[in-house]
Design a protein around this ligand. Structure first.
Ligand code: SF4
Length: 195
């Protein structure tokens, strides 16, 4: 069950990948992953967040833990007053890379999975994290960056989309947290306007 911001750091429930994707071998990450990570949070949430790829989710003993990315994201959400029940978090790539790989090929191969999610979930608002996600969603816009995109609303597949820094960038440079929180507050307000 999803918890609210009262408990700031929670491991959100993972949504199982559709049967047809659980054994996907469309790119070389199929040789590196433990499993396909479809997404986590509320599968029917109005806000869909897009990260680049999953990180570690279990320790060596197999116990679930929150990686730095997800912990920082929840920290920002708490500051912004954004409840975890309102969001679903997914990835450009549904498999965790542990070695180098052909990134353009993997992104292209996995892109249909995000399209399926958008069609099925019909979120009201999207939020992309980091330059990798920005570049993958707007490939014609050469060298597109979060710095350039944030602070305004754009459109992806007919859905409003905002961008902010990758949580790991915020973790490395704490001075970005205020911008990160600002963007999450803007997201919350955009969602409320859509209701
Ligand atoms: S990253 Fe995507 S395309 Fe590649 S194996 Fe995993 S699910 Fe399939």
């Amino acid at each position: 069950m999803t918890k609210s911001i009262v408990d700031p750091f929670v491991i959100l429930p993972e949504e199982a990948a559709p049967l047809g994707v659980q054994h996907c071998e469309r790119c070389e990450l199929s040789n590196q992953r433990d499993r396909v990570i479809w997404g986590e949070g509320n599968p029917e949430a109005p806000i869909l967040m897009i990260l680049d790829n999953p990180g570690a989710r279990e320790d060596r003993q197999g116990n679930s833990f929150l990686c730095g990315t997800r912990e920082t994201l929840q920290c920002g959400m708490r500051e912004a007053g954004l409840d975890t029940d309102s969001v679903y978090v997914t990835y450009l790539l549904k498999c965790r890379p542990i070695r180098s790989y052909n990134k353009p090929e993997a992104r292209e191969a996995c892109s249909p999975n995000l399209q399926i999610q958008l069609q099925e979930k019909k979120p009201l608002v999207l939020l992309g994290f980091g330059n990798v996600v920005a570049g993958a969603l707007f490939p014609r816009n050469e060298n597109v960056s979060v710095k350039e995109l944030r602070g305004r609303w754009h459109e992806y597949q007919g859905i409003p989309i905002g961008f902010t820094y990758h949580p790991l960038a915020v973790r490395r440079r704490p001075n970005l947290m205020k911008f990160f929180v600002h963007d999450l507050i803007a997201l919350k307000e955009r969602w409320r306007e859509s209701n």
